[in-house]
Design a protein around this ligand. Structure first.
Ligand code: NAD
Length: 284
């Protein structure tokens, strides 16, 4: 791990809380990837906003730590742990069924993901399939299963937020599998919006690099692939194109999901919250 990119502590003062009549424990937010990084911060932040959170991950220990974190912050909402593997359709169906048993399933944050670094000609198809299954196929199946639940609520209001990336807008070297999935996720998001008729919304969240294990663990591989030092990976590759040179924290991303789900996000539909410190819009 490189200095300055250690995953940070989540503290209550960084969590955005919003006033929304639907933000009660009657409403359920399903959060995937809730056992680590951005997913954990989002699960805790939504619980802090008073929601019942159905927190799912393949990493059961990670999920338990998420519940522990929410308890430590004494959030007003609830966390319900549902372990499962998003590459298994039967698990996905069970996860959605169990989330719907908790209450009115209105919100989904599809956050689970993983990275694989390899030049395209050598990209292992097994890794391609895994990235695709977790980051695109599972969100598709979840949307398919959850949309009827949102429509069944008293007012039919809900939203599906999909964790995208600057790599869902532009491409860089050695991440072809990831980039392909993230571009696809924006297509899925627009399709949900097109069929959601307004009350059922969808949006993506796109960030640059965020201080999570997914990022800190890819630094050595990227350094090796490009023949540069780990420090150069952080300063030149990760933050080199960004005007804001402070790396984002998971809670900064969690706050975008809270905003997107809330009544204040009513006109956010099919589009993207691009929170990238200027990365995609500027260059020097
Ligand atoms: P992370 O590695 O900290 O967390 C990812 C979680 O997904 C882990 O808990 C993991 O167990 C879970 N997961 C992976 N495969 C799974 C499977 N088959 N079934 C169920 N759960 C599974 O990563 P993170 O940085 O928090 O990333 C979360 C999301 O944010 C990913 O979709 C990633 O692409 C996206 N993202 C991250 C960054 C960043 O810089 N960290 C930037 C842009 C987008």
């Amino acid at each position: 791990m490189t200095d300055g990119v250690e995953p940070p502590e989540l503290t209550a003062d960084r969590i955005l809380t919003l006033d929304d009549d639907r933000f009660t424990t009657d409403s359920v937010a399903l959060v995937t990837g809730a056992g680590s990084g951005i997913g954990r911060a989002t699960a805790v932040a939504l619980a802090q906003n008073g929601l019942a959170v159905a927190a799912t991950d393949v990493d059961e220990e990670g999920l338990a730590n998420t519940t522990e974190k929410a308890a430590e912050l004494d959030t007003g909402g609830e966390i319900h742990e549902i372990a499962g593997d998003l590459t298994d359709d039967e698990d996905v169906r069970r996860i959605v069924d169990e989330a719907a048993e908790v209450g009115d399933l209105r919100y989904v944050a599809n956050i689970a993901g993983l990275q694989h670094i390899s030049p395209l000609p050598e990209f292992p198809m097994k890794q391609y399939d895994l990235l695709h299954d977790v980051m695109l196929r599972a969100p598709f199946l979840i949307a398919k299963l959850v949309m009827p639940h949102i429509r069944e609520t008293d007012d039919g209001v809900g939203a599906i937020g999909n964790m995208c990336s600057i790599h869902g807008h532009t491409a860089t070297q050695d991440k072809a599998g990831y980039i392909t999935s993230k571009f696809g996720l924006r297509g899925l998001t627009k399709s949900i919006a097109a069929e959601g008729d307004g009350p059922l919304r969808a949006f993506t969240v796109s960030t640059g690099y965020v201080k999570t294990p997914l990022v800190t663990e890819q630094i050595p591989d990227t350094a090796e692939e490009r023949g540069i030092s780990e420090q150069e990976v952080v300063e030149d590759v990760m933050l080199g194109e960004s005007q804001v040179t402070e790396m984002m924290e998971p809670v900064d991303v969690a706050n975008l999901f809270t905003f997107g789900f809330s009544k204040y996000g009513q006109h956010l539909d099919g589009e993207d919250l691009t929170w990238d410190g200027g990365h995609l819009s500027t260059y020097e």
